[in-house]
Design a protein around this ligand. Structure first.
Ligand SMILES: C[S@@+](CC[C@H](N)C(=O)[O-])C[C@H]1O[C@@H](n2cnc3c(N)ncnc32)[C@H](O)[C@@H]1O
Length: 197
C-alpha cells in the first residue's frame, strides 16, 4: 500500500526521534561512531568526541571528504540530525565562522543543541525546519553540507532551489547521500520502509 506523503513524513520523524533518544536499539541501517569510521571520518577525531555526539550519527558518507572548510566560513548542514557533522564543521571554521544546522525531527534538534553545549562549541546553532523551506537568509552561506537527508525529502527540486538561494555566489554544496539502484523492485520503492528503514 502506498502511504500519503504526510504518513511517510511522520514515519521518518518517528524513526529518527528513536535514533536520537534510543540509539542503542539498533535500526536496520548502520549508525554510530563505528559507521562514521567506516565512512572515512578520521578515527581519532571520532574517538575524541563524546559518545552522545557520535551515537546517533546516521550519515551515509563523509561530506568533509568532498572539500576542505576554511576558517571563517559560514556552513549550513541540512538534515543535521544529532549534530555530529555540524560540530565538526564548527571546529573547522573556528570562532570567526558559523554553522547552522536544520532538521525536521525535534528530538534530533534537542540532542544536537545538548551536544554542542557538551563539547563547548559556541559557533553553531540548530533550528527545527524542513530542507525545502530553510529558515536561513538569502546568500548567507559559503558551504552547504548534508549527509543522508536529501533522499528523505519529497520535493528534491525545491530543496536544491533552497540550497541555491541560501548559498553566496560561488558557494559550494558538499552532499553525501544514497542513490536508488536499478536492482531495487518497484514494490520495495513503494513501501514506507524504503523511506525510513
Ligand atoms: C539519515 S539521518 C542523517 C542525520 C545526520 N546528517 C547525520 O549524518 O547523522 C537524516 C536526517 O534528516 C532529517 N530529515 C528528514 N527529512 C527532512 C527534511 N525534509 N528536512 C530536514 N531534515 C530532514 C531526519 O530527521 C534525520 O535527522
Amino acid at each position: 500500500m502506498i502511504e500519503t506523503p504526510n504518513e511517510i513524513r511522520d514515519t521518518i520523524r518517528l524513526r529518527f526521534a528513536k535514533i536520537a533518544q534510543s540509539p542503542h536499539d539498533r535500526p536496520s541501517f548502520a549508525i554510530g561512531p563505528d559507521s562514521a569510521k567506516k565512512l572515512g571520518y578520521d578515527p581519532a577525531e571520532i574517538a575524541g568526541l563524546p559518545a552522545t555526539v557520535t551515537e546517533s550519527f546516521a550519515g551515509v558518507g563523509n561530506p568533509f571528504g568532498l572539500g576542505e572548510l576554511r576558517t571563517g566560513e559560514t556552513v549550513l548542514d541540512f538534515g543535521c540530525g544529532a549534530g555530529m557533522d555540524s560540530i565538526i564543521a564548527a571546529r573547522r571554521v573556528g570562532p570567526t565562522g558559523r554553522v547552522v544546522g536544520v532538521d525536521a525531527t525535534e528530538e534530533m534538534i534537542a540532542k544536537a543543541r545538548a551536544n554542542a553545549a557538551t563539547v563547548g562549541v559556541a559557533n553553531v546553532e540548530f533550528h527545527h525546519g524542513e530542507a525545502d523551506r530553510l529558515p536561513v537568509a538569502n546568500e548567507l552561506v559559503d558551504v552547504v553540507i548534508s549527509n543522508g537527508a536529501f533522499n528523505l525529502c519529497f520535493d528534491k527540486p525545491a530543496v536544491l532551489a533552497e540550497v541555491y538561494r541560501v548559498l553566496k555566489p560561488g558557494g559550494r554544496l558538499q552532499m553525501a547521500d544514497v542513490l536508488l539502484g536499478d536492482d531495487v523492485a518497484e514494490s520495495e520503492v513503494e513501501r514506507k520502509g524504503a523511506w525510513s528503514d
